[in-house]
Design a protein around this ligand. Structure first.
Ligand SMILES: [Zn+2]
Length: 489
């Protein structure tokens, strides 16, 4: 009886503590409550320049022979013509065929510079889908609400906004103390390009002895989140890391021969078990610090009953992880994902395979290396008679801190510009140019300050890519303020 009373007492105490915690689990007071000063921005000029930038077909290709380099030349002339103050004040270096580095020299060269990244290239329009577009992919049509076209979201919007902001800052008479680099690569969209331009830009900067205080690149955006009665906010996701992508080939060898006298299992039959072992033994899910921070930030904004759960993530972690692993998009945040993507057996229908292979794509979490993946495969496959071969891949990035000057600046600017904004770190699933800057920078953030809804984000790389004009003013102001906050001291 006593034991029952104790248990009941503990449960009652937990409920009371939880209820009290939930009541006080709200966004903290902002230390610096000074409002943001206004910034002069020219949305109309931004729209005109973005429209015209989209008209220039800067399409990258894995095979550099197939790239129309004239389009990149046209793009460079376009920038020169539209941003005279930038070209008068900053020094421009052309590098790696069509990439650009602009240097805005600060008055104190002893301070680490900052870099603002954007890629000039866009993906092509998938063949046969040209006519599905409401307005031509390379027309840059402005209907008063959206600017339509390839690159409107990924990421000529970002590049043009950066140029606009610097042009405007120069016109305002602003002079940075810290140096600012604008780094515009030309082949970000070509995954695993043999001549990765961002890598060359970063190597060039390193050669010049540059160490960066912060890098800002694409990745997150400002997304409205509305769960009725629970949460109504704009989530500004700042990518603090990106996942890796590692490919392995796993093969089973067998005798081969004619299919008229087959053994009980062919190499493919044995391989089926290998596939099952790999799929049934996923990498362990864990909650990295930044995912915990993401949940906490969101949790603080939830309405009261929901906060009973969100304020107790520490307590419910095992349960949360378990639920998340059942939902693929959520699972991708907390573990290395495994996908068996390709398979091959014999080259002919009446020939037994002498070798059967699969290719497995692993999207790795930060900290999981190429050799960890191989060990995982060997550990989980019961058939020890397999060949495991690393094909190609890129490890996950490092994780940038959430207490640096740059992260705090992004956070403060977002929070102050709109009460509904909440800022949280997250993990970027794809790759960005910023990955290549790890050698010269510890504080790398992937964030594009445009407020767009998820539906529009899905148009990126797809049909009807378009940017809502309403998002331009906030982005232009953000860039001006970010540059000023980061370079004024
Ligand atoms: Zn991009």
């Amino acid at each position: 009886m006593n034991a029952v009373l104790i248990v009941l007492g503990v449960i009652a105490a937990l409920i009371v503590i939880t209820a009290i915690r939930a009541a006080f689990f709200v966004p903290g007071k902002r230390a610096d409550s000074q409002p943001l000063g206004d910034e002069r921005v020219d949305v109309e000029r931004f729209c005109k320049n973005l429209s015209d930038a989209i008209k220039i077909k800067t399409i990258s290709n894995y095979d550099s022979e197939l790239v129309d380099w004239n389009e990149f030349k046209r793009f460079h002339s376009f920038l020169e013509e539209r941003y005279p103050l930038v070209h008068k004040t900053l020094t421009k270096t052309e590098i790696a065929q069509a990439s650009l580095i602009y240097k805005w020299e600060g008055s104190d060269p002893s301070l680490d510079a900052i870099a603002m990244l954007s890629h000039q290239d866009v993906v092509p329009v998938a063949e046969g889908t040209e006519n599905d577009w409401e307005h031509g992919a390379f027309e840059g049509f402005n209907d008063g609400e959206f600017i339509w076209g390839r690159g409107a979201m990924d990421m000529k919007n970002h590049l043009v906004a950066l140029m606009e902001s610097v042009e405007q800052l120069i016109a305002d008479g602003y002079k940075p103390v810290r140096t600012v680099y604008l780094c515009f690569g030309h082949n970000e969209e070509v995954v695993a390009s043999p001549d990765n331009a961002a890598k060359k830009i970063a190597a060039y900067l390193k050669e010049q002895g540059v160490h960066l205080e912060a890098v800002l690149d694409e990745g997150g955006a400002i997304l409205p989140v509305n769960v009725k009665g629970v949460l109504n906010c704009n989530l500004a996701g700042v990518g603090v890391a990106e996942k890796g992508s590692i490919n392995y080939e796993v093969s089973v060898n067998a005798k081969g021969g004619h299919s008229s006298q087959p053994p009980k299992h062919t190499a493919l039959g044995y391989l089926a078990d290998v596939i099952k072992d790999i799929e049934n033994h996923q990498f362990k899910a864990r909650m990295p610090k930044f995912v915990y921070e993401l949940f906490t930030e969101i949790g603080r904004r939830c309405s009261y009953p929901a906060r009973l759960v969100t304020c107790n993530i520490w307590l419910l972690k095992p349960l949360i992880l378990k639920i998340m692993t059942k939902i693929p998009p959520a699972a991708s945040l907390i573990r290395t994902c495994t996908a068996v993507t390709m398979a091959s057996g014999s080259p002919q229908f009446n020939v037994l395979p002498q070798k059967a292979s699969i290719t497995v794509n692993f999207r790795t979490m930060p900290g999981v290396g190429i050799s960890d993946v191989e060990k995982h495969i060997r550990d989980c496959v019961r058939n020890k008679n397999i060949d495991v071969k690393f094909l190609v891949g890129k490890e996950a990035s490092k994780v940038s801190p959430t207490d640096s000057k740059a992260f705090n600046t992004i956070k403060e600017l977002c929070l102050k510009s709109d009460e509904k904004n909440l800022v949280a770190p997250f993990l970027v699933m794809g790759g960005t140019d910023s990955y290549n800057y790890e050698n010269i920078c510890e504080n790398i953030y992937r964030f594009s300050p445009f407020a767009v809804d998820t539906k529009l984000l899905l148009c990126t790389h797809a049909t009807n890519e378009r940017l809502p004009i309403a998002s331009a003013e906030g982005a232009l102001k953000f860039f001006k303020r970010y540059i000023k906050s980061m370079t004024a001291d």
